[in-house]
Design a protein around this ligand. Structure first.
Ligand code: NAD
Length: 256
């Protein structure tokens, strides 16, 4: 489905990014695994190669725009083109500075915005020219269910993800004529290291599971499958969309 395509995935050493990198590689893309976690990235490359796929790791901190520039250049140098960007690196800082606005540590606010929103912009800024030179492409930005339905009490994170959704829509207008599509995904609650605090507690995990329409928590793998669809021509009619891939989390009000 994606053979001959070249993909960059940020935050690819863990969770959703890892599943996305592995799914894109299974679909035939050559993948650049980008993360600040070099050990984790290496293990993703090993797993892709063991599965017969093609991948390289490239250490990238998405808060440093020069590193994002170097990342896109590395993809083109290694594989000859750039067609797919999954801008996915993100952080959440519950009880570590983020929270209700008056309680937020301004440094935590800056950090969350810098990783979750500026990082997405920096990657797009440098990926788009490389995609134009490659004949077009697809950008998938990881937003969140919180882009439309905040949990409350994590104001910085919700603002950053709302920003990702709107940046996606705004960029789609400019990208369309260039043969590039830009979409965002809004997962609900996925069992990844980011959510250790929720999923490490059986009562909390059950409460969060019941908020999904089918009563199930989400897996990174199901999000990876969606990324493959958005990267492929099968999703050619989608541009500027926020796909709420949240098993119904944002579709109904849970009983109180
Ligand atoms: P995770 O913690 O498992 O993975 C995040 C990855 O991003 C890690 O490998 C980490 O090293 C990397 N990273 C952090 N800061 C970085 C930086 N400055 N530069 C490069 N890489 C960096 O978390 P996850 O749950 O897989 O989250 C992935 C994305 O999905 C995030 O944007 C997150 O906000 C979003 N998301 C997660 C959920 C969920 O329920 N887990 C729901 C909605 C959206």
């Amino acid at each position: 489905m994606l053979s001959g395509r070249v993909a960059v995935v940020t935050g690819a050493a863990s969770g959703i990014g890892r599943a996305s990198a592995e799914a894109l590689a299974r679909a035939g893309a050559s993948v650049v695994v980008a993360d600040i976690d070099e050990v984790g990235s290496r293990s993703v490359v090993d797993s892709i190669e063991a599965d017969g796929g093609s991948a390289i790791a490239f250490r990238t901190d998405v808060t440093e725009h020069e590193e994002c520039a170097a990342l896109m250049k590395r993809a083109v140098d290694a594989f000859g083109a750039l067609h797919i960007l999954h801008a996915n690196a993100g952080i959440a800082l519950p009880f570590r500075g983020d929270g209700f606005a008056p309680d937020i540590d301004p440094e935590a606010w800056d950090r969350v915005i810098k990783v979750n929103l500026s990082g997405v912009f920096y990657c797009a800024h440098y990926a788009i020219p490389a995609m134009i030179a490659s004949g077009g492409g697809s950008i998938i930005n990881t937003a969140s269910s919180m882009a439309t339905l905040p949990l409350g009490g994590l104001d910085g994170y919700a603002a950053s993800k709302g920003g990702v959704a709107m940046l996606t829509k705004s960029m789609a207008a400019g990208c369309g004529p260039l043969g590039i599509r830009v979409n965002a995904i809004g997962p609900g609650y996925v069992d990844t290291p980011m959510n250790e605090m929720i999923f490490g507690n059986a009562d909390l995990a059950a409460a969060f599971a019941s908020g999904h329409a089918d009563g199930n928590l989400q897996t990174s793998e199901e999000i990876g499958d969606l990324v493959v669809f958005l990267a492929s021509d099968a999703s050619r009619s989608l541009n500027g969309a926020l796909i709420t891939c949240d098993r119904g989390w944002t579709s109904f009000k849970r009983p109180v």
